[in-house]
Design a protein around this ligand. Structure first.
Ligand code: SF4
Ligand code: SF4
Ligand code: SF4
Length: 251
């Protein structure tokens, strides 16, 4: 669409998948009510899930998934060279995501267990920023399409995007959900970045921390509260480890 006879600049975007379930890419192709305007605002030159185009003249590279093989590092470095802006999309790309759970295993032993003699290359999981420079990370498993749309708008306008600077608890309270911690159930909402509108506590689950740490999380108080509430410390360790965003919180 033109305004005053001038067509708006449409940034060229490439979307690339690495190790992950590709759910974050699927999110980009979802949400039909806004898909038309979203695609109007950008020029997709490479995105395996939605087009056969395989251009390498993109301004913005959106990276879905983490690094778990050597060839992925080489491919990622080439994408980094081509892109003016590189964005890690989703928890896998931002922290390693669920794939990071394997980092506590002996990989040779796990490989034999899963593949027998058909040994497959597998490295300890790395986030995208552990391999190349990342300009922006969008957390979530999967990412929120609405948040990605807003971020792409900001990239088009060249205006900095401000992520929510409060924890999940704030949106949970706005929804009048009953606090799972008060019910004796584990919830990471107080240390996790908000912006998802707290669907998990509203649906009867504690937050699992898919959006990673909130700004300035008070881990000391959270761990003390979990202990006072008699939470299972093994469960707490597994939950903190689940999406890879809280590595090192439990020393
Ligand atoms: S962050 Fe979640 S939805 Fe996105 S690719 Fe990883 S596992 Fe899939
Ligand atoms: S349920 Fe979780 S997110 Fe909601 S108020 Fe309690 S601790 Fe916070
Ligand atoms: S409530 Fe927690 S686990 Fe659920 S979507 Fe939000 S950040 Fe992710």
């Amino acid at each position: 669409m033109k305004y005053l006879g001038i067509a708006p600049a449409r940034p060229k975007i490439g979307v690339f998948d690495f190790t992950g379930c590709e759910g974050c890419e699927l999110q980009l192709a979802n949400k039909e009510e806004t898909l038309g305007p979203f695609l109007d605002a950008i020029d997709i030159v490479n995105f395996r899930e939605v087009t056969t185009a395989q251009g390498d003249d993109y301004d913005i590279a959106l990276i879905d998934g983490c690094i778990s093989r050597g060839d992925e590092i080489e491919r990622l470095k080439k994408i980094r060279q081509n892109a003016k802006v590189l964005v890690a999309v989703g928890s896998c790309a931002s922290f390693g995501g669920v794939n990071r759970m394997k980092n506590v295993l002996d990989l040779a032993e796990a490989n034999t267990e899963v593949y027998g003699k058909e040994f497959k290359e597998t490295l300890y999981t790395r986030s995208i920023k552990e391999a190349v420079k990342v300009d922006l990370e969008i957390p979530g498993c999967p990412v929120s399409k609405a948040e990605v749309e807003r971020i792409v708008q900001h990239l088009v306008w060249n205006v900095a995007f401000q992520f929510p600077n409060y924890p999940v608890c704030l949106e949970c309270k706005q929804r009048f959900s009953t606090c799972r911690m008060e019910m004796g159930e584990l919830c990471l909402g107080s240390i996790t970045r908000g912006g998802c509108n707290a669907p998990c506590p509203a649906g009867g689950l504690g937050c699992w921390g898919c959006r990673g740490p909130a700004p300035a999380p008070n881990y000391k108080e959270f761990l003390a509260l979990a202990e006072r509430k008699g939470m299972d410390m093994q469960l707490l360790a597994e939950r903190l480890n689940f999406f890879g965003g809280f590595e090192g919180v439990l020393k």
